[in-house]
Design a protein around this ligand. Sequence first.
Ligand SMILES: [Zn+2]
Length: 379
Amino acid sequence: MSEVLERIWQHQQISRVELVEHTGLTSGTITNLTHELIELKLIREFEAVSGNVGRRRVMLGFDPSLYRIIGLDIGRATLEIVVVDLNGKIIKTIERDMSDRKGPDDYFEVIDPLMNELKREIETAGHSILGLGAGVPGPMDYSAGSLLDPPNFPGWKGFPLQRTLEEKFGLVTLIEDDARTSAMAERWYGLGRSVQDLVFITMGIGIGGGVVHGGKIVRGTNGLCGQVGHMTILLDGKICDCGNRGCWETVGSIPGILSRWSGGNTMEQLKEAIRQGDAEALECMENTLGYLETALINVYNMYDPELVVLGGRLYPYLADYLLPVQNHLRSRLYAFAKDRLRIEPSTFGTSQSAVGAAALLFGFLLSEPVRLLALNDGA
Ligand SMILES: [Zn+2]
């Protein structure tokens, strides 16, 4: 069943005959499995015109009518909730500024009424919620479903987030580091449909990374895999929150960039100063791009991804420089790999983590549909 769902996801629309060809299962088995999936309202049939003769064929695709998934992003300055259907289409987005709120109690004062209202709204409309995904600043304790001690996120150390969300809202809940949720947004709903190996780099107040290899998130022994913001860029640089010295984050994140410029306190001000040709601002950006290039060449040589996706609140300020950065990278990369260099902006902009949190549940559905539906029946 999982394999059939995965093929349908990959192709978005596929016929039963093609499913037989792609999976190697017998047509009888495909008929039975697809019948069961249609009964479960996970997939549906529709007619599509195919080929140059314009013949109408019965195709299969995900059924967007019944199920909804909720994605929640708990950020340092913002809270975002999205509702998506089984095609990854965003049905609703809610955003709140959280910059003056500290710690879980403050956050749940906002989350509780929003979530309860949203659940009521979805259920009243006759939809069924498959589950809730949440993205949070890492690092995390995966066995306990809690946050470890995220930098610049006071009050959350050791907070049992997964259990709390499950108890409060009665939904199957998965939580993940926000850089990894962002990577999963691309993996399932964005550029990653045909890509098995990708690295998502999110740049904002901090710099995080999510590594997808063979279609799966790679966490590493201590959950630190893909912490690209903490690669050493300057041997004698500043001490970082992680304990290391000269991390990329200390010079390449928004606070890191602004700490190297005396002309203002915001990226907007820096952008304006660059536009006016201010020498110090130009030098600051030149160094920023140099650090970015160094970080990217390290990412390429370490992970050898098919695709690198850049996102986060800093990205819009770097977007104009992406082409020259890629050209420099080609001159620094192994010659045989340089033509395959592929760097793209995030598909979902600042909603990347919330969409990816929902995508965690979609990934669960594709790998273990029967178990997820059984958990829902028991919830
Ligand atoms: Zn660090």
